[in-house]
Design a protein around this ligand. Structure first.
Ligand code: GDP
Ligand code: MG
Length: 162
């Protein structure tokens, strides 16, 4: 049984999700966490941090040529961020669906940005956009020992057991 659980856990994907300073200041931490939790995804790491500007530049390195890069990095480092790792089948791609399109004007109602944000520069949440980015971002934000692997007793009610 334990072996089965270990195999199941090994198949599980992980993604990096951050509530940006606007989401924290607007009191949306619990709201955002609950959307991932209610879906059936599992929280395996969480902390509150104020990233330095240098750290924000590392996080958004792929956008360094964009005109909004400097403002974006200033903003990400302007206050507390909730950094998290979520685990589950398909969590990288589906996490992006829960989040909605980058521009909240284009995000569908029912998504986090669609329901809770209005402009692209204050879209309250970050989520990794693919498996490689997820791995890199988890490594940037967390030490390996900050990630906690555990079973939830009701997991078979989410994934089944056969
Ligand atoms: P995401 O993966 O959906 O967060 O979008 P991107 O990786 O393309 O961009 C990262 C972040 O940069 C977005 O979440 C926005 O906060 C910001 N951003 C993206 N495009 C624009 C833009 O055109 N203008 C401004 N001001 N910010 C932008
Ligand atoms: Mg992105």
């Amino acid at each position: 049984m334990l072996q089965e659980q270990e195999v199941h856990a090994a198949e599980m994907e992980r993604t990096f999700i951050a509530i940006k300073p606007d989401g924290v200041q607007r009191g949306l931490i619990a709201e955002i966490i609950s959307r991932f939790e209610r879906k059936g995804f599992k929280l395996v790491a969480i902390k509150i941090v104020v990233p330095s500007k240098d750290f924000a530049q590392k996080h958004y390195h792929d956008l360094k040529e964009r005109p909004f890069f400097n403002g974006l990095c200033d903003f990400l480092s302007s206050g507390p961020v909730i950094a998290m790792v979520w685990e589950g089948e398909g969590v990288i791609k589906y996490g992006r669906k829960l989040i909605g399109a980058t521009d909240p004007q284009k995000s569908e109602p029912g998504t986090i940005r669609g329901d809770l944000a209005v402009v692209v520069g204050r879209n309250i949440i970050h989520g990794s956009d693919g498996p490689e980015t997820a791995q890199d971002e988890i490594k940037l934000w967390f030490k390996p020992e900050e990630l906690v692997s555990y079973m939830i007793s009701g997991e078979k009610w989410i994934y089944g057991d056969n």
